[in-house]
Write a protein that binds this ligand. Structure first.
Ligand code: EPZ
Length: 424
């Protein structure tokens, strides 16, 4: 199993190119199931979840090809889908497999998707996906660990999500585009990945208004056609590199970003004393503070502070002067990284969904274990400022969502290596 070996204490300087957004690419790939024509996607990040989604589509007999190695573009053609099924082996490695449920039932009238279990960050049920698809007329049963959906043609109607859900909004939007009549979805997620998916669907012939806002209106069409679409930049990868620059007191330029998607994080970093300037061309410049100051954050749905940046911000808070209060409101168990950071010397008190970080505290290198994708990123940031060597185990978590993180970090001065085997 691969590990990272990180020698801390280097100031990061230079330029990092941000990849396409994993969480926008995954629903876009699932959307290719909605048409028999080819869907061509560009700016796809080369990360493990994308490979899993490609395998899942191929398992359904959707033709998936890429012109380059490593792939940054994919063409998917779901002309002959013979297995409308997402098997357990693939779903357990990637919950986003649930995104195939909506498109499959909308186009083929039948879908069978293994029920995703809980994961390291919380129980993560899919009841809202199910409720909304039922509202559109699908009959859904859960049997032998699989969600099975059947419909003889979905029918548009109004559905209000009782709670905001990102993939729930995406799944149901993909179903609604082929439903008969008008669907109105209320209390939708506002994440930029939803608007990006809607843009692709509109290029495919769907009629959608309001995506990116709380109410989305869809006029169903009888079929969709092929399209070419460029995936938006990854705001979480960009945010992680901003924090890497900030925690090391460095100076970074991030290119190929969408600064408008980084609002909550940028204002928190400015509060901590970090200088950030954004160019409309998509480059963000960061100059680290001489002395970081603490800040309070509460994770929230977009445009609030992203839960996917909470672990990385916690690493920064350990180096900031004063007390930072972090409140996690999206997932119920997203503090496993805190315990590992404490093993490195961080002063963190946990009480329910509140983490109180008192800084600055010197961190010392230690063997630590990554528990999920963003927790791993938080540990990498902590290791960048820790004395001596930090070994991070289970880095397969980070490979799910960050493209070549160690190469990108090395290119701006970090000492990080991928090692196979045990530390000596
Ligand atoms: C998406 O997950 C992202 N995944 C997550 O990214 C991200 O952390 C999360 O949104 C929140 O921003 C993808 O886009 C592929 P939710 P999703 O449904 O859609 C509850 C990463 O590291 N809920 O918006 O699964 C749920 O338990 C990740 O890249 C229900 O109760 O998140 C949570 O408390 C991990 N019932 C809250 O809603 C449901 O049916 C928000 O979850 C669905 C969700």
């Amino acid at each position: 199993m691969d590990k990272f070996k990180i020698e801390g204490g280097r100031r990061l300087e230079g330029t990092v190119k941000i990849s396409g957004a994993k969480n926008a690419a995954l629903p876009a790939m699932a959307a290719s199931l909605l048409t028999r024509e080819p869907v061509h996607l560009q700016n796809i990040p080369h990360v493990r979840d994308i490979i899993t989604m490609a395998k899942l589509l191929a398992h359904m007999r959707c033709h998936v090809e890429s012109p380059d190695i490593p792939p940054s573009e994919f063409t998917m053609q779901a002309e002959n889908v013979s297995h409308a099924e997402a098997p357990y082996d693939l779903v357990r490695t990637m919950r986003a497999s649930i995104l195939t449920l909506g498109p499959l039932v909308a186009r083929f009238g039948h879908a069978r998707v293994s029920l995703p279990g809980g994961c390291a960050i919380g129980a993560r049920p899919i009841d809202l996906h199910v409720q909304a698809l039922e509202a559109l007329g699908a009959s859904i049963s859960v049997d032998h660990g699989y969600v099975e959906a059947r419909a003889e043609g979905l029918r548009g109607r109004t559905f209000r999500f009782p709670k905001i859900t990102v993939t729930g909004t995406e799944n149901v939007l993909m179903a609604a585009v082929l439903a008969e009549g008008e669907t109105i979805l209320e209390n939708c997620a506002l994440e930029p990945e939803i608007a990006d998916l809607a843009e692709l669907l509109v290029k495919m012939g769907a009629k959608i208004e309001g995506a990116g806002g709380p109410t989305i209106r869809v006029q169903g069409v009888s079929e969709l056609h092929g399209a070419t679409h460029r995936i938006i930049p990854d705001r979480i990868e960009a945010g992680t590199f901003l924090l890497a620059g900030a925690i090391t007191g460095g100076e970074l330029a991030l290119t190929a970003c969408q600064p408008a998607h980084l609002g909550a994080l940028v204002s928190t970093l400015r509060q901590c004393g970090v200088e950030i300037t954004c160019e409309p061309s998509g480059t963000v410049h960061l100059r680290g503070a001489k002395r970081l100051t603490s800040a309070d954050v509460t994770t929230a749905e977009y445009p609030g502070f992203p839960t996917d940046m909470q672990a990385q911000f916690m690493a920064l808070a350990t180096q900031a002067q004063g007390v930072s209060r972090i409140r996690e409101t999206i997932f119920e168990n997203r503090y496993l990284h805190a315990v590992e950071m404490m093993r490195m010397g961080a002063c963190i008190a946990l009480a329910g969904n509140l983490a109180v970080v008192t800084g600055p505290t010197p961190l010392s290198g230690a063997p630590v274990t990554a528990s999920d994708l963003r927790a791993s990123a938080g540990l990498v940031l902590a290791a960048l400022v820790a004395s001596n060597t930090t070994w991070i185990d289970r880095v397969y978590h980070i490979d799910r969502g960050y493209e070549q993180i160690e190469r990108k970090l090395r290119a701006v001065g970090a000492r990080i290596e991928r090692v196979t085997g045990r530390p000596e």
